[in-house]
Design a protein around this ligand. Structure first.
Ligand code: 5AD
Ligand code: SF4
Length: 447
């Protein structure tokens, strides 16, 4: 048998990319590639890229520059390093990448990962650079083997839908990931059962617009994400269910009711609003008002009073005035977030907002972002502090940095540090919370 070929993957951006990278690695394992943790001497390097904001795309080009000498060293030693660019930058700028960086052998969009082994073979044969950014009708996951779960990780991701039809004016996702496609319920349920069979107790359903998921139930009826969650909750051994990321307009009654009725559905929801100004929301093509969002939050909280909310915000969208920004601050104060992500608007080529003439100056964006982040940090600190003195069920996920320490997850997605034995890995145990940091809690095992 020939020696395994060396594979190195760098993953940028979202959880969807992390999941896709795992699936690419397992498809390539079948073709004789073994994943390593450095690009030195690799036979195949994959940059699984993100295009959502400017900096993410720029990093890809600088990383490609850094790979050049490694590629040359490998060639000097008589070998060959193939370089593939995958993910959303590949989808959006495939031809340009090939032009700007001739070291790139392959450009592969998110819907074509199952064809990667064949592409690598064609490059090795001397067929020249390969580009595949087609959006096929088939489900790529039908052709990608499940990622092997070498470490007995008790929490796993499961992609249930990809793509987005919302076309928010700032966002590249509808162009790079394509139209919304939901995976069939039966496949999702069987993949979930497989994961649970291998020791998984918590599953996070993934999708760019996850609550737009829709499918057909075993009874032939139309299912929304709420029904899918209910079906998953019947799987014995699966203890926790989460989903991310959601659009407010797709939070339907069924899903809200699931938050009230399905104990396994965790009390944490990432529900981006982007702005608190109706004028800006309209310009963003969000198709809801600030009040719609606040009323929705009230309904969700009525269903699950202890739910923790998280959000995404963009400051400095074209045309955003001081008053628009103050409206965002007002919304944040009235909703109250347990955690949140906030960004300066960055113009993405090909999106409608990038064409607007009234772009906000960088300095104004920076000042607004600092004020918003200070408010969000204050709310996060308050939420963390409210956990001290409480007892909560914690899923033990991995060993901590110090001997005798383990790290787990609270129902509200906080990391929890505690003194515990490694034999508790994968168990849900009661923990009394004693102290907090900005991003984690610490406590002791009860009983
Ligand atoms: N500029 C800044 N932030 C953006 N996001 C998406 N596109 C842009 C952009 N052009 C943010 C949104 C989204 C999150 C994933 O990234 O807040 O919810
Ligand atoms: Fe992008 Fe989310 Fe809007 Fe879809 S809903 S266009 S993924 S920001």
């Amino acid at each position: 048998m020939s020696a395994p070929k060396k594979l190195w993957i760098k993953t940028y951006g979202c959880q969807m990319n992390v999941y896709d990278s795992e699936r690419m690695a397992s498809a390539l394992a079948a073709a004789g590639y073994e994943q390593g943790d450095t690009p030195d001497d690799a036979d195949l390097v994959i940059l699984n890229t993100c295009h959502i904001r400017e900096k993410a795309a720029e990093k890809v080009y600088s990383d490609l520059g850094r790979l050049k000498p490694l590629r040359a060293a490998k060639a000097a030693a008589g070998g060959r390093m193939q370089i593939a660019v995958a993910g959303c930058v590949a989808q959006a700028e495939g031809d340009e990448i090939m032009r700007r960086q001739p070291v790139v052998d392959m450009v592969v969009g998110p819907q074509a990962y199952h064809r990667l082994p064949a592409m690598a073979e064609r490059v090795a044969r001397g067929d020249g650079p390969q580009i595949d950014t087609e959006f096929p009708q088939e489900d790529k996951f039908d052709h990608l083997p499940e990622a092997p779960r070498a470490r007995r990780a008790p929490a796993a991701f499961l992609t249930v839908q990809e793509g987005c039809d919302k076309f928010c004016a700032f966002c590249v996702v509808p162009y790079t990931r394509g139209a919304e496609v939901s995976r069939p319920a039966a496949r999702i349920l069987s993949e979930a059962r497989g994961l649970v069979g291998r020791g998984v107790v918590e599953i996070t359903l993934l999708g760019q617009n996850v609550n737009a998921w829709h499918g057909e139930g075993p009874d032939g009826g139309g299912w929304g994400l709420g029904e899918l969650v209910r079906a998953l909750a019947t799987i014995e051994g699966l203890e926790r269910i989460r989903y991310t990321t959601s659009h407010p307009n797709d939070m339907d009654e069924g899903l809200i009711a699931a938050h009230a009725e399905v104990g396994k559905l965790m009390p944490y929801l990432h529900l981006p609003v982007q702005s608190g100004s109706d004028r800006i929301l309209k310009a963003m093509n969000r198709r809801h008002t600030a009040e719609d969002y606040c009323r929705l939050v009230e309904r969700i909280r009525a269903a699950r009073p202890d739910i923790a909310l998280s959000g995404d915000f963009i400051v400095g969208f074209p045309g955003e005035t001081d008053q628009d920004f103050e409206d965002t601050m007002t919304l944040v104060r009235s909703v109250g977030y347990a955690s949140a992500y906030s960004f300066k608007y960055s113009a993405r080529p090909g999106t409608p907002a990038a064409e607007e003439s009234d772009q906000v100056p960088e300095a104004v964006k920076a000042e607004r972002l600092a004020r918003l982040q200070a408010l969000l940090a204050e709310q996060q600190t308050a939420f963390q502090a409210s956990c001290v003195g409480r007892e909560m069920p914690v899923l033990i996920e991995k060993p901590g940095r110090h001997a005798g320490q383990m790290v787990g997850r609270s129902p509200w997605l906080q990391a929890v540090h505690l003194a515990a034995d490694a034999s508790l890995l994968g168990r849900i145990v009661p923990v009394a919370i004693e102290t907090t940091g900005p991003n984690s809690l610490a406590g002791r095992l009860v009983g």
